[in-house]
Design a protein around this ligand. Structure first.
Ligand code: PRP
Ligand code: MN
Ligand code: MG
Length: 180
């Protein structure tokens, strides 16, 4: 039986949309003139963010996905990142934008960046929606960050709690109701 909880809104859908517009402008300026950009989303958490971000991005892009999982259904990082699904395309010589929903301990992003770097992209940058720097175990940082947040259990906008709540249009925080 899962612990009972409620979800309190932390970042509204409107704030997320406004922030994505600003991020897209910076990303477009950075990659201005490119004709070889691949936007790589890390499944599953980034599927909502990447969908909104690429639609604000005024650049010719390809979209590809890679599935990396460290949490599974657990609430604690296993620190062992597994690649469950690799990219469809080659990225050697391409411009790559890695899109991730959240950086917590940093294990997932570190693992993925090492893997992708070994394939010799021309340029590789990272855009994450949320950063929880106080939880970092390995040093890694994104080129662009949507919001820096405190150590709360967040869900929604792609992010799950035991695979649920990914479909919330906003970012919420989980509050357990079985303890005062
Ligand atoms: C979550 C989240 C990030 C990662 C961040 O993914 O989407 O990818 O954990 O944690 P870390 O910085 O401590 O590695 P998860 O493994 O839960 O898979 P999911 O995206 O399919 O939910
Ligand atoms: Mn993830
Ligand atoms: Mg998860």
């Amino acid at each position: 039986q899962p612990r009972p909880y409620v979800i309190d809104q932390m970042i509204s859908a409107k704030s997320i949309a406004a922030r994505i517009e600003a991020l897209a402008t910076q990303i477009r300026d950075h990659f201005h003139g490119t004709d070889k950009l691949v936007v790589v989303g890390l499944l599953r958490g980034s599927f909502v963010f990447i969908a909104d971000l690429v639609r604000e991005l005024d650049l010719p892009v390809e979209v590809d996905f890679l599935e990396a999982s460290s949490y599974g259904d657990a609430t604690h990082s296993s620190r062992e990142v597994r690649i469950l699904k690799d990219l469809r395309g080659e990225i050697a010589g391409r411009d790559v934008l890695v899109v991730e929903d959240i950086v917590d301990t940093g294990h997932t992003l570190t693992h993925v960046l090492h893997l992708l770097q070994s394939r010799n992209p021309a340029r590789m940058e990272v855009c994450v929606l949320l950063d929880k720097p106080t939880r970092r175990e390995v040093e890694v940082s994104a080129t662009w960050t949507g919001f820096t947040i405190p150590d709360e259990f967040v869900v929604g906008y792609g992010i799950d709690f035991a695979q649920r709540n990914r479909n919330l249009p906003y970012i919420g925080k989980v509050r357990f109701t079985d303890t005062p």
